[in-house]
Design a protein around this ligand. Structure first.
Ligand SMILES: [Zn+2]
Length: 447
């Protein structure tokens, strides 16, 4: 995310259980694995409301039978359960909703039949989405509709048990494993649907179009609907960049930023490891005080300026490929994304001051601490101090070791989940240095 505080058809489907980094003690993976989401949704004439079916197929990669699991519906995060929630999951087949918590963003599903070790199962349901009118990643912004984290996704069970964090509006609570998505969106022909993944086909019927999208090995799928301007460019490395923007944005600026995004993709690819998907989509729009940018796999929202673009593109590696628990460890993806962006923009030193704004401020705390402390402290600790820390790490271990760390994180954890301890261990390994005092100085020691 960029705050304002202050188809993968060329990507092979996930063949095994969701990638979990080797050597990371995540415990028995009793959560459903190898998820395949098949979604068919039809919009109203405005693109504000959608309804249809979602099917989640999965395997049981653990040794014990699975009898239940959790699904997240993040679109209810702001509105909660009162009245009619913006997102409703009904008519379940294969299981039943046994419990609802976290403001109607978390649903415990009891399977009709226990799923034995190694077996394949599925649940399906009707999904209805009424996007609220508000400038947000899940909101109707003017005439354009943004459906960030709108699909129902499996929650993650790791060494901490089921991770069911609450929604936070100034950062991210999202934590999901890579999966394959097959999504068909039936929408008015006058609306375009920029999204994660790659368009596999478009079928016009009268004044509507059915757009079939495939996104493999991604940890979420998001889209928007609007009468956007559109342009496209292919990067030198061969990635198609699709850019969209509403009437309110400048054509020339958005086209320049589209090329800037393409340049960032190739630059990060050279430094961290190639962007492995065939398409990257960026939507330029103005989200007011809500945010300046928001990252999703293969697809980002960004205010139309270079800093937001550089930051959100960097998230394709830090969060998109190298996943993390964004609620427990928000610095993991944000600090790396901002550090990457500032260096891509040519910064030889941090763009912000490196003085802590509070004596008890820490970088290694979770979003529940930052929610109590407030957005400004979150922004300072995670973005500013986080970037300062990584510049300092580069100075401490040298540019060569820093590049080895970044490439190593991608090669070892892409499509998986990284932990703070993994970063510290790899930094020590590539540098041959004891960095204990370094992490203590940056108030970043928690696992
Ligand atoms: Zn960010």
């Amino acid at each position: 995310m960029t705050g304002r505080a202050a188809d993968g058809t060329a990507v092979p489907p996930a063949a095994a259980a969701p990638s979990r980094a080797e050597g990371v003690a995540l415990g028995e993976p009793t959560a459903p694995g190898s998820a395949v989401y098949t979604v068919v949704l039809k919009s109203d004439d405005t693109g504000h409301s959608w309804s249809g079916t979602e099917k989640i197929a999965f395997t049981n990669p653990g040794k014990a039978a699975i009898t239940e699991f959790w699904i997240r519906l993040w679109g209810n995060g702001d509105a909660g359960c009162g009245g009619v929630p913006p997102e409703r999951m009904t008519d379940l087949v294969g299981g039943r909703i046994a419990e609802t918590t976290q403001n109607c963003t978390a649903y415990r599903i009891e399977l009709d039949t226990p799923l034995a070790s190694g077996a394949q199962g599925e649940v399906s349901f009707t999904l209805a989405i009424d996007v609220p009118v508000r400038r947000d990643r899940f909101g109707v912004n003017g005439v354009d509709t943004y459906l960030g984290n709108a699909l129902a996704v499996l929650a993650v069970k790791d060494e901490n048990g089921w991770e069911l964090p609450p929604y936070v509006d100034f950062g991210e609570s999202y934590y999901s494993l890579t999966a394959d998505y097959d999504v068909t969106l039936d929408h008015p022909a006058a609306l375009q649907v920029p999204s994660s993944g790659t368009v596999a086909g478009e079928t016009p019927t009268g004044d509507r179009v059915s757009t079939h999208i495939v996104a493999n090995k991604v940890r979420d799928f998001s889209w928007s609907a609007g009468a956007y301007h559109h342009d496209t460019v292919v990067t030198a490395a061969g990635v198609t960049v699709d850019a969209y923007w509403p009437n309110s944005e400048s054509d020339s600026n958005c086209r320049e930023l589209m090329r800037y995004a393409a340049s960032a993709l190739d630059s990060y690819g050279e430094r961290f490891g190639a962007y492995p998907y065939p398409r990257f989509t960026i939507v330029f729009d103005e989200f007011g005080s809500a945010f300046d940018g928001m990252e999703y796999p293969n697809y980002v929202l960004a205010s139309a300026y270079r800093g937001a673009v550089a930051h959100e593109v960097a998230h394709q590696w830090w969060f998109g490929l190298v996943g993390d628990d964004q609620y427990r460890h928000p610095w993991l993806d944000e600090a790396f994304a901002e550090y990457s962006a500032e260096q891509f923009e040519g910064g030889g030193s941090p763009a912000h001051g490196c003085d802590w704004v509070a004596a008890d401020e820490r970088m290694d705390v979770s979003m529940d601490v930052f929610e109590k402390a407030g957005d400004p402290l979150y922004h300072d600790a995670v973005y500013h101090e986080g970037t300062c820390m990584l510049y300092d790490l580069e100075r401490t271990i040298g540019r060569t070791a820093m590049d080895q760390l970044l490439r190593g994180l991608v090669s070892q954890y892409e499509y998986g989940v990284v932990r703070p301890a993994d970063v510290r261990a790899l930094a020590a390994s590539v540098s041959g240095q004891d960095l204990t005092a370094f992490w203590q100085r940056w108030r970043n020691t928690a696992g």
